[in-house]
Write a protein that binds this ligand. Sequence first.
Ligand code: SF4
Ligand code: FE
Length: 486
Amino acid sequence: MMTKEQYIESLRKLNLKVYFMGELIENPVDHPMIRPSMNSVAMTYELAEKDEYKDLMTATSNLTGKSVNRFCHLHQSAEDLVNKVKMQRLLGQKTAACFQRCVGMDAFNAIFSTTYEMDKQLGTEYHKRFTDYMKFVQDNDLTVDGAMTDPKGDRSLSPSKQEDPDLYLHITKVREDGIVVRGAKAHQTGAVNSHEHLIMPTVALKEDDKDYAVSFAVPSDAEGVIMIYGRQSCDTRKLEKDADMDLGNAQFGGHEALVIFEDVFVPNERVFMCKEYEFAGMMVERFAGYHRQSYGGCKVGVGDVLIGAAALAADYNGVPKANHIKDKLIEMMHLNETLYACGIACSAEGEKMPAGNYQINLLLANVCKQNITRFPYEIARLAEDIAGGIMVTMPSEQDLHSKDVGHYVRKYLKGAKNVATENRMRVLRLIENITLGTAAVGYRTESMHGAGSPQAQRIMIARQGDLESKKKMAKEIARVDESQNQ
Ligand code: SF4
Ligand code: FE
């Protein structure tokens, strides 16, 4: 396994093409806008080195028998699935941000099981290829961008019916030694901090769309791969001189990027689906299921920090004993633990797949994510309520340090006695960061749309909910005799 330092050095060796605000970024690793997100991924390496976290952060590879970072692991039991969620909660607590590495882990497990079943039915050889790829990933302890979401253009049209065929990533050429692909993947979490991109289709596909049924892996600096770094609310605060307090979280962050594939060549040994459209839906459903489980861990960990910050804000405002404050904090914890309960439940109810790895219970994972589309918003609302309006009207840290007006800021932003004004400001800025600032991408809007928008989960709940068996139960209890129906 790599140490945190080795991970950072390994990124320096990549020749990435990253654009931000119209400019090609020379050195993404040390760029002040990008660095906090890289620090979050680095935490997945750092914690794996520590004895106290070994059980959660590492696992024994079923492929090599070696100890691997859990982010590179193929889950071998329901306990592994539970440990995955616990690991994600831990990392959410340590970073208060998206630590990005889960998309790769979720893609590994979805592609591993799908290629196995695809080969069984079609006589293809993708599973062996993918297994070899997994060994490469595990042996080198890589961070991999599991990439699913295409830009999608006109949502009423299928991929092959789009005016611009590139709005879904597709195969443009099949050569003897590999394939050539073109298109893009949108809002790719951690793309710039990843060694590899691992691509999957974005929707279930029909025969007309078979050129869009493609799964493959390429290094993140492969010829023709271009990344355009996404903006976040309040992001340019990171460019301010000596930026610290006003960031709310100066150390960690997350990021997304638009990743473009401009006629990228993929050698055969890295192709895991090539036009087998019948299996696109299976891969999508499984990746989405794993990632919906993931949110029952990471968002809960960030939620823990937000709840802690709200409680501190109450202390620093001098109102920790007010009954309505206590009740709001209880409500926040109740909502947060409900999300965790869903993450644990879909894991504990996981099952062994024909390929041998374990998959979450899909119905419960979808229920988990559906709750995630709502509860973090309520938790954020309550945090803002407790924090008070000063959270968004507060003077800057430069004003606090100004020799002209600093004493006013210190005097008039004072809260409870014995509490330094600066500490009160720091906690309020942290709440601002998670609810409205750079981390709000991960905690709020991503809670809505990441791993699929709410309607996608409702479709899965409808499919998995087995309404007919519930009707049967009701009929039996009520002694309904349907032969009397006209
Ligand atoms: Fe991991 Fe959560 Fe970020 Fe997804 S949103 S990559 S599950 S931390
Ligand atoms: Fe996500």
